[in-house]
Write a protein that binds this ligand. Structure first.
Ligand SMILES: *[C@@H]1O[C@H](CO)[C@@H](O)[C@H](O)[C@H]1NC(C)=O
Ligand SMILES: *[C@@H]1O[C@H](CO)[C@@H](O)[C@H](O)[C@H]1NC(C)=O
Ligand SMILES: *[C@@H]1O[C@H](CO)[C@@H](O)[C@H](O)[C@H]1NC(C)=O
Ligand SMILES: *[C@@H]1O[C@H](CO)[C@@H](O)[C@H](O)[C@H]1NC(C)=O
Ligand SMILES: *[C@@H]1O[C@H](CO)[C@@H](O)[C@H](O)[C@H]1NC(C)=O
Ligand SMILES: *[C@@H]1O[C@H](CO)[C@@H](O)[C@H](O)[C@H]1NC(C)=O
Ligand SMILES: *[C@@H]1O[C@H](CO)[C@@H](O)[C@H](O)[C@H]1NC(C)=O
Length: 249
């Protein structure tokens, strides 16, 4: 007499158990956090290997932290210098960026060479280093293409490009080759060429993140900084696997 109710109960419990992993664990915090993009200003959504703001540090790799300065300017710090991120291409694995201290500006308060972190990035083909001269001895026999007066630390000096004449200091700033050519041919000005920035390619594991996203996971790193795929029901070393009950036909 109570055989039917108990077998119903067993079947019912089994159904709950089977469905539990999908319904309860879709709230995996890391899966959800790393599924969010870094959004800032007009920059395209930024995902793995980048992190910052709504994306905790386990959603990206060391060296790829972004900040959203003043809630509108995407900034990345590379070797103690801040850069404004202008654009991103996931296809080419490149970011376009420009030095924040040279944004609309050629007389920064501190003269620092551009030095990138070659562990995380590399220059792309089509980059040219511009050397800007500061405190140059003018007038000189060879007139520079560009010359501007600067006030740095309350001291009057000048900035010159190209720095083919003797200068007290020089600063190396990379720009896109085509903008450097325009500059040399007097078709653009120095500030514009600098503001258009340059590109850096980033390094990531081959296909791991692609496969993870394809399996509906979110890319991230594990506590030992190795790639991990965060799935609805927990992390996986490569990609998310469908549940047993959905695979069986
Ligand atoms: C952010 O805002 C502050 C205050 O308005 C300003 O001084 C600073 O230059 C801004 N930062 C950038 C990167 O524009
Ligand atoms: C300006 O002063 C700061 C602080 O004293 C110093 O770090 C910086 O190197 C100076 N800049 C130049 C161009 O001398
Ligand atoms: C930048 O690098 C050049 C070439 O290595 C060097 O001559 C110059 O002094 C450096 N400038 C600064 C500000 O460190
Ligand atoms: C870095 O870029 C340079 C110039 O584009 C290239 O020759 C070099 O092979 C690149 N290095 C790596 C590790 O990809
Ligand atoms: C620009 O200079 C940096 C060092 O300051 C160097 O690593 C890089 O290869 C140079 N790039 C080009 C295109 O010459
Ligand atoms: C170059 O540096 C020297 C010594 O610090 C200074 O006297 C001179 O005014 C500087 N030249 C320029 C053009 O700023
Ligand atoms: C570039 O243009 C400026 C003014 O627009 C001019 O004074 C200068 O002589 C030109 N330089 C060259 C190399 O054509």
């Amino acid at each position: 007499m109570d055989a039917f109710p108990s077998s119903y109960f067993v079947t019912f419990s089994l159904l709950i158990l089977i469905n539990a992993p999908t319904s309860l664990c879709t709230n995996d915090e890391r899966y959800k956090s790393c599924g969010k993009a870094f959004m800032c200003g007009t920059l395209k959504p930024m995902k793995y290997p980048f992190w910052g703001k709504d994306r905790p540090n386990y959603c990206g790799k060391l060296g790829y932290k972004l900040d959203c300065v003043n809630n509108s300017i995407p900034v990345i710090e590379i070797k103690s210098l801040n850069y404004r991120v202008l654009d991103v291409s996931y296809q080419d694995k490149t970011i376009m960026l420009t030095r924040l201290d040279y944004w609309g500006e050629i007389c920064p308060s501190r003269l620092v060479n551009t030095t990138i972190d070659f562990i995380s990035f590399n220059y792309t083909a089509g980059t040219r280093n511009l050397t800007l001269g500061y405190g140059c001895h003018l007038p000189s026999s060879q007139a520079p293409t560009f010359e501007h007066s600067c006030t740095i630390n309350k001291t009057n000096t000048n900035v010159v490009y190209p720095s083919s004449i003797p200068c007290n200091e020089s600063v190396i700033v990379p720009v896109f080759e085509n903008n450097a050519r325009d500059l040399d041919q007097n078709r653009t000005d120095l500030v514009t060429a600098l503001d258009k920035g340059f590109a850096l390619q980033w390094y990531v594991e081959g296909e791991e993140c692609k496969n993870c996203i394809k399996s509906e996971g979110s890319c991230g790193i594990d506590p030992s900084s190795r790639f991990i795929c965060y799935c609805r029901d927990g992390p996986s070393i490569d990609e998310c696997h469908k549940h047993q009950d959905t695979i069986t036909e």
